[in-house]
Ligand binder design. Structure first.
Ligand code: PEP
Ligand code: MN
Length: 343
């Protein structure tokens, strides 16, 4: 159920509703908009209904949320998009986030060189994996803690917030030492223990859509994080598995406007893993930005031919600034501006 408070409802009135909701064993999630506060009551619907909150002081109306995802539903924010803040940078609404960096942290030089290029081009955040999900158990799986330390150095030097993947709940403490955004990989989208742990950490997260997952399943994954009180969730479309074999995955651009109807959460697009080939990355990026994505997460490397993983799809640092200029223009078509550090 969603309890919409009246404009100007007092703090006491809000707290009173929260207490009554929690008194019947439901969880109250407060969402404070510019004018109106909405309280999402998640729990036994009958119990909340029986409270008869309609007519209580400060309450405007009580509305059922019919979708299985409650806290991700657009009603919770009265139709307004969520604007997240990551280390002073905004994501969502009119703010377009450019998250760029290597697939994997391979060395200090490779990561720092890339970070400098991303920063100079006006990037919003630096990406890079220290823990890598690999199809083969024999493939390089990342530098682990040594990789996290390198990301820490890159952050220190450039000031760019770090996006890095967490695969195992046992590594969360080490990862959050450096991560400003925890990435949940496509293969882990339905790892519910991992999602709940990230929810409890409160650290912003970017959840990648599983290659065979529906949008509703993606939103249910987000719900696991939101349910723990962590509102800082970004969704990521990174290509889905279809019958087409001419490229790695099929980038589902339709997911962008449809997710905007289904949720208030920001939608980021990963053109790199969808394409699998460098030559396609720019077109997919521009298409996604013009279609209203709230950001792009893209792989870039100083020497992609030498990359340990995902070489064929990583952009070269040479030419990255020109790519960003085009991307900014495409984002402007959708009314968005590149998000940088707060002035
Ligand atoms: C990645 O971003 O490094 C990655 C492995 O992506 P995905 O989980 O989408 O395959
Ligand atoms: Mn990769």
């Amino acid at each position: 159920m969603m309890i919409v408070m009246k404009t100007g409802a007092t703090e006491e009135e809000i707290q009173h509703v929260v207490e009554r909701v929690e008194g019947v064993g439901a969880k109250a999630h407060l969402s404070r908009g510019e004018e109106v506060t909405v309280i999402g009551a998640v729990g036994d619907r009958e119990h909340v209904m029986r409270l008869g909150l309609e007519g209580s002081a400060g309450v405007d109306r009580v509305v059922p949320i019919l979708k299985p995802y409650k806290l991700a539903s657009p009603q919770l924010r009265g139709g307004a998009p969520s604007v997240l803040e990551v280390a002073g940078r905004k994501v969502g609404g009119d703010h377009f986030a450019l998250i760029a960096g290597p697939c994997t942290v391979e060395s200090r030089d490779q990561t720092l060189d890339t970070a400098r290029v991303v920063k100079a081009a006006g990037g919003t955040m630096l990406r890079g994996g220290a823990y890598k999900p690999r199809t083969s158990p024999y493939a390089f799986a990342g530098l682990g803690q040594a990789g996290l330390r390198i990301l820490g150095e890159a952050k220190e030097e450039t000031g760019l917030p770090i996006v890095t993947e967490l695969m195992d709940t046992r590594d969360i403490e080490a990862v959050v030492e450096v991560a400003d955004v925890i990435q949940v990989g496509a293969r882990n989208m339905q790892n519910y223990a991992l999602l709940a742990e990230i929810g409890r950490s409160g650290v912003p997260t970017l959840i990648k859509r599983g290659p065979s997952s529906t949008l509703e399943e993606l939103l249910m994954a987000a719900e696991y994080v939101l349910k723990e009180g962590n509102e800082n969730v970004m969704l990521c479309e990174r290509g889905i598995r279809t019958f087409e074999t001419a490229y790695r995955f099929t980038l589902d651009l339709t997911a962008i406007p449809v997710l905007k109807e289904m949720t208030h959460l920001p939608v980021i697009v990963d053109p790199s893993h969808a394409a699998g080939r460098r030559s396609l990355v720019e077109s997919l990026s521009l298409g996604a930005a013009a279609a209203g994505a709230d950001g792009i997460i893209v792989e870039v490397h100083p020497e992609p031919e030498e990359a340990i993983c995902d070489g064929p799809q990583q952009l070269e640092t040479d030419g990255f600034a020109a790519y960003v200029e085009k991307l900014e223009r495409a984002a402007a078509v959708a009314g968005k501006t590149l998000s940088g550090a707060a002035a």
